[in-house]
Design a protein around this ligand. Structure first.
Ligand code: ZN
Length: 467
């Protein structure tokens, strides 16, 4: 999910997340920040080579320049951006459209969203008795978002997306294959903006750049990618001093940043970090770049710290937020419980990280970053929610690595690049399968703008399955 930020702590417009996988078997390496992993830490992705999506026959705001054709073109181009990443063999195609009245009633929506789901997983539900479609819902007035998340939610959430795994799945702990994805996008804050009595107005008017960024973000979730920060420094500085956040910074952020950026800006398009995560999830060979692995520790140098974002940034001035990749420690560690998000829900390698895609000949600073504390629920970075706060972000001078390759396609790994933080070992949660279970990959910040929770009840069970 992606939240749009204007008044950072109070008004966030969200996008939601989803997943993707392809037809290759990934190696047994760690695999980026997957939106979801099974209990063994293996990413949940699409395995079929061709993914067909089914957009509604509707425009995001036909009266504001976003008619059906324009909207479908943006969806197509957004999927294409992911598909075009080097080495990716996915084929993502638009299929039949869904009827424009699919959002007119809970019955119509449920028929597609919930009932059709069973057709996608015959191994769980038996032979399909209808189509397995991957819906892209287009809600011009945003009413769908209020129906799903509560009154006024349309003024907080730009979009939502995710994979759908089957409920009551006997293999839910081990399943890694997505066969169904969905997304919904909201036109309420596109000019002419909607207004609803009792709700605050839109935090800002969504421009084409915002719509394209939202779409690319949501479809990243649809394809299996989760959030990444990469550049919390400039984001926080921009929240505190919006004048300092100028448009030239939008290339410094991954498309999978959890919220929109200050001043109504959005990331400029897919960032190196988006590329590398996607390639990792879909098993693209990376021998022509360097991979760095290691663990994050508490101050004793032995207690592993799960839930810090580890980042490599090119030390060349001007490149530090462009040639940069990140990975949250413990994301791919095996767990005790499939869904729990507490730090101790981990059986081994709880502090492990893997950074891929370092450029030959370049030198990188390695840092361990505290995840911003408002990136929780639908805006979280896996695997820990709420994010662990009891340490100081650190970029040790001694922790730089240079990617040296002996020849073409022979870069290999730089291993045991461990980071010792100032975290008190006693503050690290020990192995424990308890704790909060995610309330759904598309949950929102509990903004003051959402006044009542009145949702289509059919959603609740399925949303929980998002992890
Ligand atoms: Zn998101």
């Amino acid at each position: 999910m992606r939240k749009k930020n204007s008044n950072f702590y109070l008004q966030l417009i969200s996008k939601m997340g989803a997943f993707l996988l392809t037809g290759f078997t990934a190696a047994t390496v760690l695999a980026g920040n997957a939106l979801d992993t099974n209990i063994n830490g293996n990413p949940v992705v699409w395995k079929q080579g061709t993914i067909t999506y089914n957009p509604m026959a509707a425009g995001l705001k036909p009266g504001g320049g976003f008619d059906q054709a324009t909207t479908l073109q943006i969806i197509d181009e957004s999927f294409q951006a992911w598909e075009d990443i080097e080495g990716i063999s996915l084929n993502i195609v638009g299929g039949d459209t869904l009827p424009a009245n699919v959002l007119d009633s809970q019955e119509n929506f449920t028929e597609v969203f919930e009932t059709e789901l069973a057709n996608c997983y015959p191994e769980v539900f038996g032979p399909a008795n209808g189509p397995c479609r991957n819906p892209i819902f287009i809600s011009e007035d945003g009413q769908l978002f209020d129906n799903l998340f509560g009154q006024c939610a349309r003024f907080n959430i730009l979009g939502v997306a995710g994979p759908q795994l089957p409920a009551d799945d006997p293999e839910e702990n081990t399943r890694t294959e997505v066969k169904r994805g969905w997304a919904a996008v909201n036109g309420a804050c596109i000019s002419p903006e909607e207004s609803v009595d009792g709700c605050n107005s839109c935090p800002f008017t969504a421009q084409e750049s915002n719509i394209r960024a939202t779409m690319m973000h949501e479809l990243g979730h649809f394809l299996g990618v989760h959030h990444a920060m990469v550049n919390p420094e400039e984001f926080v500085a921009g929240i505190n001093d919006p004048d300092s956040f100028t448009e030239d910074k939008i290339t410094h952020f991954p498309e999978m940043f959890p919220t929109s950026l200050p001043n109504g800006l959005d990331p400029a398009g897919l960032h190196k970090d988006d590329h590398e995560i996607f390639k990792a999830l879909y098993g693209v060979d990376n021998n022509d770049t360097c991979t760095v692995t290691g663990k994050v520790y508490a101050s004793d140098g032995s207690t592993e710290l799960r839930g810090a974002e580890v980042r490599a940034t090119n030390v060349t001035p001007g490149q530090e937020f462009i040639d940069a990749v990140a990975f949250v420690s413990g994301t791919n560690a095996p767990r005790l419980d499939r869904y729990a998000l507490n730090q101790g829900n981990c059986t081994q390698d709880c502090g492990s990280y893997e950074l891929r895609g370092l450029t030959p000949g370049e030198t990188y600073q390695i840092c361990a970053l505290k995840i911003i504390n408002v990136f929780t629920q639908g805006s979280r970075l896996p695997p820990v929610d709420p994010p662990f706060q009891a340490f100081t972000s650190t970029c040790p001078n001694s922790l730089t690595v240079t990617c040296d390759c002996t020849g073409n396609g022979d870069c290999g790994e730089i291993n045991n690049v461990d980071i010792v933080t100032d975290a008190n070992p006693d503050d690290i949660e020990k192995s424990d399968g308890g704790g909060n279970v995610d309330s759904g990959g598309c949950s929102l910040y509990q903004s003051q703008e959402i006044k009542t929770v009145k949702v289509w009840t059919a959603m609740q069970k399925t949303l929980r399955k998002f992890k």
